[in-house]
Design a protein around this ligand. Structure first.
Ligand SMILES: Nc1nc2c(ncn2[C@@H]2O[C@H](COP(=O)(O)OP(=O)(O)OP(=O)(O)O)[C@@H](O)[C@H]2O)c(=O)[nH]1
Ligand SMILES: [Mg+2]
Ligand SMILES: [Zn+2]
Length: 410
């Protein structure tokens, strides 16, 4: 949707120059409080003294070859990085480090527990220096004891091909990247408990287009509601997204025939892509991830427990390789990111003037407004408002537009 909007914003934004992030600069990683008004615990993992000592003795020049990997998740200030193929040059450097001969040799598929260097080079907006899915260059540290985890120091973050980001609530001018380099986002909401929120959905749709990720919408917990009612209520999205709107019941996917079929459709959507699962807390994101992985990898919990504790079950985003065993060819290229529940979603980098481009269905009418610069809010003879009155534009979409217009600066 809203392709013209995407074009518009990207053409008008200057490319960012390389920036260096220095320790002490204010920034937010994905492991910081993802939902600002919730009590998500920060798991600060103290860096081991040994690693710190080695780090101090390392050369700080970035000219020496670095290993490359992908961020799986971050906890506190520690980042778990999945290594790509390790080049001969990197291995040479690694083997020349004191103690390197003792432990295991770095290889592709290894997970490296990493910290950030004092100064990290980044091509991206440094407000979120690192996010799940980021491709990083890192210096590998020797594993001194058998059985110990591989460790490394992140020196640079590669330019993101896509991002799914919001403006973090309460802090001016901060962009919070939920996940980087994904192909698509699956916005998950529930048919009940909690009932889906269309305004939040519309905001996320805009951010997806702006961040260069494709979108799918998944309504979970269909076992709790009448399907005809839900389909009618979501008629606009059904028309707009057709095959990319899914109605599922994650807890019944393995036992109920119809649920199994809808899960198959979701799998088809995921196949061969990297997908971010996002949505409010308690809608069943982690339940779906567990069903897809065929394993209990993510904790899930009852909505009432959540409200009582005021906490989310999932507290940090995490990237999983999804083994779609029925299709070995794409087995290695299907990835899914489980994320913590979202309560608020502020738009990042979208102005009032740009808003209309994300409401593509208004375009057929906006050219007939009396004023060429009509905001479709207060002006007389507004063709968009007339279209809403005549039921030609979804009234809730128009309300979403108005709420966003009011919330954005000129
Ligand atoms: N009835 C019903 N309940 C479901 C379904 N899917 C998930 N649930 C339940 O909903 C509750 C919340 O599920 P989670 O998977 O923890 O939700 P989440 O979206 O990961 O929540 P956060 O991690 O807090 O963001 C659990 O008790 C699940 O058993 C479903 O299809 N139908
Ligand atoms: Mg969860
Ligand atoms: Zn108008």
């Amino acid at each position: 949707m809203a392709r013209s909007g995407k074009q518009y914003t990207q053409d008008n934004k200057a490319r960012r120059s390389i920036r260096t992030w220095e320790k002490g600069t204010q920034w937010k990683g994905i492991s910081d409080k993802v939902d600002d008004d919730s009590a998500v615990p920060r798991h600060a993992v103290p860096m081991k003294r040994r690693t710190k000592d080695i780090q101090r003795s390392l050369p700080t020049d970035t000219a020496s070859p670095l290993a490359v990997g992908r961020v799986l998740y971050g906890v506190g200030r520690t980042w778990m990085v999945l290594l790509d193929d390790v080049s001969a040059e990197v291995l040479d450097v690694y083997n020349s480090l004191p103690g390197a001969q003792v432990g295991l040799q770095p290889s592709s598929g290894m997970i490296v527990e990493s910290t950030t260097a004092r100064s990290v080079e980044s091509n991206n907006d440094v407000a979120t220096l690192l996010a799940v899915g980021d491709v990083v260059e890192l210096q590998l540290l020797p594993v001194l004891a058998e059985g110990a985890m591989a460790t490394g120091v992140i020196r640079s973050v590669r330019e993101r091909t896509s991002k799914f980001a919001r403006a973090s609530a309460g802090v001016d001018g901060m962009e919070q990247v939920i996940a980087a380099n994904a192909d698509q986002v699956l916005i998950i909401m529930a048919a009940a408990d909690p009932f889906y929120n269309k305004k939040l959905l519309d905001r996320m749709l805009i951010s997806a287009v702006d961040g260069n990720v494709e979108v799918g919408i998944c309504i979970n917990k269909m076992d709790l509601m009448d399907r005809a009612f839900i389909e009618e209520d979501l008629a606009f999205y059904k028309e707009e997204f057709s095959a990319r709107l899914f109605f599922i019941s994650a807890t019944h996917a393995l036992t109920d025939k119809r649920s199994a079929k809808s899960l198959e459709e979701v799998k088809q959507f995921l196949r061969g892509k990297t997908t971010i699962c996002t949505g409010p807390s308690g809608v069943g994101k982690s339940t779906l991830v567990n069903v897809l992985l065929g394993d209990h990898v993510q904790d899930t919990s009852m909505g009432s427990e959540k409200t009582f504790k005021g906490m989310h079950t999932t507290s940090f985003g995490r990237l999983f390789a999804l083994p779609l065993v029925d299709d070995p060819e794409t087995q290695e290229s299907t990835w899914i990111v489980d994320t913590p529940g979202i309560r608020e979603w502020g738009l990042w980098n979208v102005s009032r003037d740009e808003l209309i481009f994300y409401f593509e269905e208004f375009e057929a009418f906006s050219s007939q407004c009396k004023f060429s610069m009509c905001s479709h809010r207060h002006e007389p003879d507004c063709a968009v408002k007339s279209a809403v009155e005549q039921d030609m534009v979804d009234v809730e979409r128009y309300e979403s537009y108005c709420a966003l217009w009011d919330s954005l600066s000129e």
